[in-house]
Design a protein around this ligand. Structure first.
Ligand SMILES: NC(=O)C1=CN([C@@H]2O[C@H](COP(=O)(O)OP(=O)(O)OC[C@H]3O[C@@H](n4cnc5c(N)ncnc54)[C@H](OP(=O)(O)O)[C@@H]3O)[C@@H](O)[C@H]2O)C=CC1
Ligand SMILES: O=C(O)[C@@H]1CCC=N1
Length: 270
């Protein structure tokens, strides 16, 4: 068994990346080892993607491992780092990529001494190849490591490189953002139901409105404020809706949501 890609934590985000790496043939199934404590989850990943699985995190460090990808919760990071302390391969020096919210490059480099480390923040649309990932390389990385990280995350969407002091803000905006948008879609549909629409039609209208608006903004590159003006007829329906959103503090709620999530990401790193 020649392992090139080791994934620690085969949960939501681990699977999202794994599925695309396999589909894109960036790694062969036999070159991937996923470490995951739950037997049922191991069985699922093995059956679904044909990858190797283990419950022992230490096994991902092999002499041939090129990338160790950390997709566990930040709360178990310290315990896992301790568990790995004596198997870290300082000879072959695999690239460690972490997507853990809040966990800093300093913390990662202390846990993986002398190894190249990249901190990244993807988001769940990665599952369908429509994610966006911010990456931030650590002190021991070189151009090849940056290219490797970009190649992996390009398989799940767009990639931007940022400095680390902005990583918590990225987490608060695009990392957590899919949940805010999902909430908005659900609430729009609820509004439709309140106004008398059947649930299935309301869900479809809400989803396609958000999807179509994002596509329109993306393709035309017009400013969101300009699009809002184009929809808003004098004395019409849209301005009545917008006035209510402003009374309810809609913009402020979104701004404060991003700030609160950013602050929580900062806390997780302490
Ligand atoms: N979800 C998201 O939208 C995003 C998440 N992230 C980051 O990604 C990371 C993972 O999040 P997410 O995928 O949502 O979480 P999940 O809980 O879905 O995945 C974490 C996985 O790690 C497993 N795990 C738990 N303990 C260990 C252990 N000791 N050794 C190995 N694996 C273990 C869990 O197993 P079990 O279920 O049995 O506990 C689970 O399968 C987090 O650090 C988060 O900050 C980043 C960007 C977006
Ligand atoms: O909620 C969280 O902590 C993770 C990080 C970004 C999205 N989900």
């Amino acid at each position: 068994m020649i392992i090139k890609f080791g994934l620690i934590g085969g949960g939501v985000m681990g699977e999202a990346l794994l599925s695309r790496l396999i589909a894109r043939k960036i790694y062969q199934r036999s070159e991937v080892l996923v470490s995951e404590p739950q037997t049922s989850r191991q069985g699922f990943l093995e059956d679904e993607y044909g990858v190797n699985v283990t419950a022992d995190n230490r096994l991902v460090f092999t002499p041939t491992t090129e990338v160790v990808f950390l997709a566990i919760k930040p709360q178990v990071f310290s315990a896992i780092a301790q568990e790995l302390a004596d198997v870290i391969d300082t000879v072959s020096k695999p690239l460690v990529i972490s997507i853990l919210a809040g966990v800093t490059l300093n913390q990662l480099e202390a846990a993986f001494p002398q190894l190249p480390v990249i901190r990244a923040m993807p988001n769940t649309p990665a599952t369908v190849g429509a994610g966006i990932t911010a990456i931030c390389p650590g002190a021991y990385t070189n151009a090849n490591h940056h290219e490797t990280a970009k190649k992996l995350f390009s398989a799940v969407g767009e990639v931007v490189e940022i400095s680390e002091n902005l990583m918590d803000a990225v987490t608060g905006l695009s990392g957590s953002g899919p949940a805010y948008v999902a909430l908005a879609i659900e609430a729009l549909a609820d509004g439709g139901v309140a106004a008398g629409l059947p649930r299935t039609i309301a869900n479809q209208l809400a989803l396609q409105t958000v999807f179509g608006t994002a596509k329109l903004l993306n393709e035309t590159k017009i400013h969101p404020a300009e699009l809002k003006d184009r929809v808003t007829s004098p004395g019409g329906t849209t301005i009545a809706g917008i006035a209510q959103l402003e009374r309810a503090g809609f913009r402020s709620a979104l701004i404060e949501a991003v700030k609160a999530a950013t602050a929580r990401s900062q806390e997780l790193g302490k």
